[in-house]
Design a binder for this molecule. Sequence first.
Ligand SMILES: [Zn+2]
Length: 224
Amino acid sequence: MRFSIRDYSVSAKGKGWGDGWPANRSKDMARVKADRSGTRVNVHRRVAPLVDILLDETERRGYRLDPHTCGGYANRATRKSRKPSNHSWGLAVDLNWHRNPENWHGVLHTDLPSWVVPLWNRYGFAWGGNYKGKHKDPMHFEFMGAPADADDMLARARREILGHKPAPAPHNPGKYTVKNGDSLSAIANRLHLAGGWRPLYDLNRGVIGPNPDQIRPGMVLRLP
Ligand SMILES: [Zn+2]
């Protein structure tokens, strides 16, 4: 993740998701379905396969969703400010809103089992029940990463939840030339490097320097 799930200082627009409310983003949405309950929500197509896995996993572990009290994309501001809600980018879902109601009195009403929040946190979603201050929104989960993080988290979820084995690297000559737009985590993901970007960075620290985010096109990296 390029952004912490606890960092609210950068908006989704600042992370590269384009405009939120009042822009109408409905063309960028895709519908996903929680298979056991049939609950459907619309979310941004880039996070849709990830949300699909998480909804199914949430139900598989025993927390059933009510199709009539869940939602995703909504072109609106947050309720008490004029800031675009993450729902307006299709990056947020609300789960069982009668049982996990939003309030502004610092009270946390929720029937979410204790494993639900860590599950969603692990794949880049912050929980509205963890908001600091009096505003608590325990129905609400929102993706906090950049678009490329959605791809990284999807790869992680496929591996960890669906048990997909990473495809063996077809041909690994031991070197990789950095292309435009690359990041170490994207390279590690694409080449299915064990341990992710960290071993790749450790091996190439001499070339990359102290900041792992500063790789330049044309740099030649050794592969672990
Ligand atoms: Zn919400």
